[in-house]
Design a protein around this ligand. Structure first.
Ligand SMILES: [Zn+2]
Length: 97
């Protein structure tokens, strides 16, 4: 976690505390702007139970691909011996892979 991410987390926390403290004011403002009615319409038309189920299933099923990937067959950089598995040292010459 870098320093920039920590600063961002602190700023988001402060903003969320201010929003929670003025919750009634924010809700009234959004109602006057018509955002609440628009969101209610979108929920009734597009976000049905089936859509929510499909989205949750996709979030569970789809996983991030492994970065880089693991190779089963590697070669020793010193003696060019074929290495099997995840051993850190070459079995032939003993050098670190
Ligand atoms: Zn070797």
């Amino acid at each position: 976690m870098t320093l920039a991410i920590r600063k961002l987390i602190v700023l988001v926390l402060i903003a969320s505390v201010f929003l929670l403290a003025n919750l009634c004011l924010v809700v009234n403002w959004l109602t006057e702007l018509g955002v609440v009615d628009c969101a209610r319409h979108i929920r009734q038309e597009y976000v049905t139970g089936t859509a929510i189920t499909v989205i949750i299933t996709l979030l569970i099923v789809i996983v991030a691909p492994r970065a880089g990937g693991t190779k089963l067959l590697r070669r020793c950089p010193v003696c060019d011996q074929t290495l099997l598995g995840r051993s850190k040292y070459c079995s032939d010459c003993g050098s670190k892979v």
